[in-house]
Design a protein around this ligand. Structure first.
Ligand code: ADP
Ligand code: MG
Length: 475
């Protein structure tokens, strides 16, 4: 019996989910997709925007192709259908970048009612014909996209931010919700979006405010009895950026004001960019209706940068400041400071200050002393490479064995242990771990982990090995 589009797509999703690096990517790029129809071997899926469609093609075309072929068989085709934003059609649909002709793009399907933002809050303050505001956007020119170094850690957030500034209010990323722990670039990216939007649309009114500033203004307006002016002002902004919204916790009056401003702006097709140190779901002491709005658009997180990105960030900073520094020192800093970009920059500044105050040339020794003094508490990032090295050293075999396809007992053992520790001690997905341990798939990794646990519980010698290795990794 032939399966329907819903069934086929749900089987595809299972495969896709298993092959993605993390759950978050799945939630962002695959959960919003709806299967529409299966006509012979042509599966049509609905995506929320043109940007979304391009992103899938750029990043996931191989995965989609393989998955669909597996589910539907040879000769299968995938067709995208893009939801049209009410009243602002994405008029030009670029040709597919995929030349294999397996993928057709796109047909436009009428607007999905459920996806349309509600229009229940007409703006009572903005009068037709009222002049545009000229305001100080409070943007810092240095915090531009040019100076924001791209890496795996921030690619999604950066691209989404960039897309927003190309098309503010018109993408499905509204609000764009950026979150991360401190010092990883939220504020920088928020400014970059503001600056780029102003560059693209000089007539648009862009405003960056910290949540704290917003709260202060709101409180003042309550005291001065000018709340209407406050509301009216905010409802005239085209791109409103609110930084560190977690600050609104417990401040119900401010949350109410924000809620109404949000609704008015959103329903008028204006863009909101919000940053936070938590996901919407994790924000505590927030009204549920506010949280629900924050979840409307796209949530994108910023992760700690990997070592290559850290090197690029340092180099860019030195270049902009016109300072030269030996590469080995840049590398030394980048390898040793992995907590946040802010600390990385802080260490660089301290090092420069040390050398200029004491008239010392910057040497590795100076860098080492400085790091020891200032950043003792840093935790070393355990990498899969490092785990491989410790495990192989322990069994006295060469690291290359892990990558080989050999089934020799001691190599299989080392490979399984590497997978087990990588799963336990790193944040990498099963797919990534597998790919770095001899190009295995996620199921092999899972199997390996189970094997290790079984043997650990039944074999005394094995248990000793595992405990020893874990200690060595932690040293
Ligand atoms: P957050 O708001 O998340 O606490 P910030 O945006 O203030 O972090 O970033 C801290 C510092 O690190 C800033 O000086 C910022 O310019 C810099 N920074 C963060 N991410 C990057 C990046 N990807 N490229 C260059 N500089 C960055
Ligand atoms: Mg910040």
């Amino acid at each position: 019996m032939q399966r329907g589009h819903v069934e086929v797509w749900s089987s595809c999703l299972k495969i896709i989910k298993d092959n993605l690096e993390n759950e978050y990517l799945y939630k962002t790029w695959f959960e919003p997709i709806r299967p529409l129809q299966l006509d012979g071997k042509v599966l049509t899926i609905q995506v929320p925007s043109q940007f979304f469609c391009d992103w899938l093609e750029e990043n996931y075309v191989d995965l989609l192709k393989k998955t669909i072929r597996r589910e539907i068989g040879n000769g299968s085709k995938l067709q995208y259908s893009i939801v049209m934003d009410s009243g602002m059609p994405y008029s030009t649909l670029q040709p597919s970048t995929d030349k294999s002709a397996t993928y057709n793009k796109p047909i436009n399907v009428p607007l999905d009612i459920n996806n349309t933002p509600s229009r229940e809050f007409p703006n009572p303050f903005i009068l037709p014909g009222l002049k545009k505001l000229k305001i100080n956007s409070q943007l810092n020119d240095y915090l531009s996209f040019d100076n924001f170094i791209e890496g795996d850690c921030n690619r999604l957030a950066r691209s989404a931010g960039y897309a927003v500034s190309k098309n503010p209010g018109k993408s499905s990323f509204n609000p764009l919700f950026l979150y991360s722990s401190v010092g990883l670039g939220k504020t920088h990216l928020a400014h970059a979006i503001g600056l780029e939007t102003k560059k693209n649309y000089p007539d648009k009114t862009v405003l960056y405010v910290s949540a704290e500033q917003f709260f202060q203004q709101y409180s003042q307006s309550v005291i001065n009895n000018t709340k209407n002016d406050f509301m009216q002002f905010y409802q005239m902004i085209d791109l409103l950026i609110i930084d560190d919204i977690q600050f609104f916790a417990k401040k119900t009056g401010t949350q109410d004001a924000f809620f109404h401003i949000f609704n008015t702006l959103h329903s008028a097709g204006k863009q909101l960019v919000i940053t936070s140190d938590k996901t919407p779901a994790e924000l505590s002491d927030f009204e549920q209706r506010v949280i629900s709005r924050l979840k409307w658009g796209l949530g994108a997180d910023l992760q700690g940068p990997d070592v290559e990105t850290r090197i690029k960030i340092l180099k860019n900073k030195l270049y902009k400041d016109g300072i030269e520094m030996p590469y080995e020192i840049i590398e030394y800093l980048a390898y040793n400071i992995n907590t946040s970009v802010r600390e990385l920059e802080g260490a660089l500044i301290s090092l420069l200050a040390q050398s200029s105050f004491n008239k010392k040339t910057i040497t590795i020794d100076l860098a080492r002393q400085m790091i020891d003094k200032f950043i003792k508490s840093n935790v070393r990032e355990v990498s899969i490479d490092y785990i491989q090295k410790v495990v192989c050293d322990y069994f006295n075999i060469s690291v290359d064995n892990i990558q080989s396809q050999t089934r020799k007992k001691e190599v299989v053992r080392a490979r399984q242990l590497t997978m087990y520790f990588a799963k336990k001690l790193t944040k990498h997905s099963l797919a990534i771990i597998g790919s770095q341990c001899g190009k295995k798939d996620h199921a092999t990794v899972l199997h390996a982990c189970k094997q290790v646990v079984n043997q650990y519980n039944t074999d005394k010698n094995y248990k000793t090995w595992v405990d020893d290795i874990e200690k060595k990794i932690a040293d």
